[in-house]
Design a protein. Structure first.
Length: 108
């Protein structure tokens, strides 16, 4: 009986869709489309090249619910095709609040 239950469990897990996080290049998108991608998917990874030629990447979220328990969503600017400082939300450590007891409730 245990074998049947395990087989059923593994076969069900194999059929469920895999929700991998999207990896996007913000420099090939408009600011509006980058913000829309974050809003619709909840969390995305943006990867771009710095002016010095170094690869940069980070995870951006719709709101704090997509961050770990000890983090909150804070505004950060990234470069897009039409805007050098497009504002999206990024998870930051609560320690960065410097004693402020009010955690911002930012949402995209």
């Amino acid at each position: 009986m245990k074998i049947v239950a395990l087989a059923l469990l593994f076969s069900t897990a194999a059929v469920l869709p895999s929700y991998a996080i999207s990896r996007l290049n913000p420099k090939s998108m408009s600011c509006d489309s980058a913000q829309t991608a974050v809003h619709e998917q909840g969390a995305v990874i943006f990867r771009w090249t710095s002016p010095r030629g170094l690869p940069l990447y980070d995870r951006f979220v719709r709101n704090s619910r997509y961050c770990d328990a000890n983090k909150y969503a804070e505004w950060k600017s990234i470069p897009t095709r039409d805007n050098r400082s497009c504002r999206v939300l990024n998870c930051q450590n609560i320690d960065n609040l410097d004693g402020n007891f009010i955690i911002p409730d930012n949402s995209l």
